[in-house]
Design a protein around this ligand. Structure first.
Ligand SMILES: [Mn+2]
Length: 205
């Protein structure tokens, strides 16, 4: 399902990769999920972490993934509200949604709960999420606007990855292709007590 919408990248000026590792090592026991899709010269991406881990979290992640893959063209606020309604009755999730204008680097962001979203490059900054649990309790989602500069790297990680990372200790890491960075984020900084996931997207390649 997700593979079918992962298209359009041939002409897009981005390099991206998603890395995931379930706590148990089984792919069908990972409660983290995400995808990237390009359409109309925009790039939508989402990283979502269902509370807990294991098979039950995985099943909720599939429900969320299906909803998002069918509604990714919605505005971010509408999408977050829709996801919230859709996940009611489940254990809930945290999620970060981003929409990038590939012409000018404009970045819309809406996040609820502890997905860590950072931009590294011309300026380094964090995109701060709102508190809440999608599917259980959220306040009105807010969308905020940022700007990616040419060469900036957007990094989203679930809370299975260490939050405080001194990238200066790894001076070569952010110079690598997205795939290498995403895999290393998990290998180097995965906590080992939860599912871990990371999306890395470099703008302007
Ligand atoms: Mn988690």
């Amino acid at each position: 399902m997700i593979d079918q919408i992962n298209k359009g990248f041939e002409t897009a000026n981005i390099d991206y990769h998603i890395a995931k590792r379930s706590l148990t090592g089984w792919e069908d026991e990972c409660g983290d999920t995400g995808f990237v899709v390009v359409y109309d010269n925009q790039c939508f991406l989402v990283l979502l972490d269902v509370l807990g881990h294991g098979k039950e979290a995985y099943n909720v992640a599939l429900v969320a993934e299906k909803y998002l893959s069918e509604h990714y063209r919605m505005g971010l606020i509408e999408m977050m509200n829709g996801l919230h309604e859709h996940l009611k009755g489940t254990r809930g999730a945290v999620a970060a949604l981003c929409l990038i204008n590939l012409n000018d680097g404009g970045l819309c962001y809406a996040g609820i709960g502890n997905i860590n979203t950072r931009v590294m490059g011309y300026k380094n900054f964090l995109l701060m999420p709102q508190e809440g649990i999608v599917g259980y309790m959220i306040r009105s989602p807010k969308e905020r606007q940022f700007k990616l500069c040419y060469g900036d790297t957007l990094i989203l990680t679930s809370d299975g990855v260490r939050e405080h990372i001194n990238f200066e200790d790894y001076p070569e890491l952010l110079k690598r292709p997205a795939k290498k960075i995403a895999n290393e984020m998990i290998n180097l900084f995965g906590k080992g007590n939860d599912d871990s996931s990371c999306i890395v997207l470099r703008y302007g390649v």
